[in-house]
Write a protein that binds this ligand. Structure first.
Ligand code: GLN
Length: 274
């Protein structure tokens, strides 16, 4: 691998990956900001940096998500480590954090359960944003739990992790909040074959013929694990809000409603156990 300069590296990526992503790779490799990448095209990369760069451009050109190549993604203002064992945290999921914060009220030390924690983005963020909260997080995948553990440790959050198929191994009840970003895409949805999701764990994405299998199960089982007045909040697909509200009403939840994400899509639905 010949040694590249910033300018020749950007030129080599042209037509293969977006220029903004090539600049991100250079920022990371050289430990500098975007302004310096733009200002010093003649600055050289070492042989090692050059070959890393070439490999990253190759992987990105083949469609691999930026978050997996860089090994991290920001969520609610913090950097989370990610690997192909976990779903890449998405900005619309931050909505759940805001909705929980709005509902804390006078609950002294709320008990929170995160189902299918993946990278731990929701559980760790809630633990850090609500310092008096006691947070439990479950996932079916040991590999995902290892990633979540690492994030809790490096971000300084105290979270109790349990390997569990949804509620199956949860050994406590009386939660004030149960939150989840479960899989909710229909098994045959062509969206699963496009872009980043091709590289993400299928078990974190797809959930039966209508994408509702896991949402249904969570709504059905949640009341037994909630304290009276406790809330269940779940992310779902862009066209599933009415169905999820119906599920919540059928399970006896009250104050059932949906909240819009930043794109104006009904993205999270919730209800309160009477
Ligand atoms: N929102 C993600 C997507 O459509 C899916 C995440 C999920 O299934 N929980 O790519």
């Amino acid at each position: 691998m010949p040694e590249l300069s910033i300018g020749s590296a950007l030129a080599a990526a042209r037509g293969r990956i977006p220029a903004s992503e090539a600049r991100m790779f250079l920022c990371r490799l050289l430990g500098i900001g975007a302004a310096q990448v733009a200002a010093y095209p003649e600055r050289g990369l070492s042989t090692e940096q050059s070959s890393h760069y070439a490999a990253w451009v190759e992987r990105r050109g083949a469609g691999e998500p930026m978050a997996y190549i860089l090994g991290e993604r920001e969520f609610y203002g913090r950097r989370f480590k990610v690997s192909p064992a976990v779903l890449i945290p998405r900005p619309e999921t931050e909505l759940i954090v805001d909705l929980v914060r709005e509902r804390i009220g006078s609950r002294g030390a709320p008990r929170i359960l995160d189902l299918g924690t993946g990278s731990g983005a929701l559980a760790v963020t809630l633990a850090l944003e609500i310092p008096e909260a006691r947070v439990t997080a479950v996932d079916l995948s040991p590999a995902a739990l290892a990633v979540a553990h690492g994030n809790a440790a490096s971000l300084g959050a105290e979270v109790r992790f349990i390997e569990s198929d949804w509620f199956a191994a949860v050994d406590a009840t009386g939660f004030d909040f149960i939150v989840s970003n479960p899989p909710y895409i229909a098994d045959e949805d062509p969206h699963l074959n496009i872009g980043d999701v091709r590289f993400e764990p299928r078990t974190a994405l797809a959930s039966g013929p209508a994408g509702l299998d896991d949402l249904r199960r969570i709504v059905r089982e949640a009341p037994a694990f909630l304290a009276p007045g406790g809330w269940l909040l779940m992310e779902h697909g862009y066209d599933q809000a009415a169905m999820v509200r119906d599920l919540l009403v059928s399970s006896g939840f009250q104050e059932v409603a949906s909240a819009l994400d930043l794109a104006g899509i009904e993205r999270t639905s919730y209800g309160c156990r009477p």
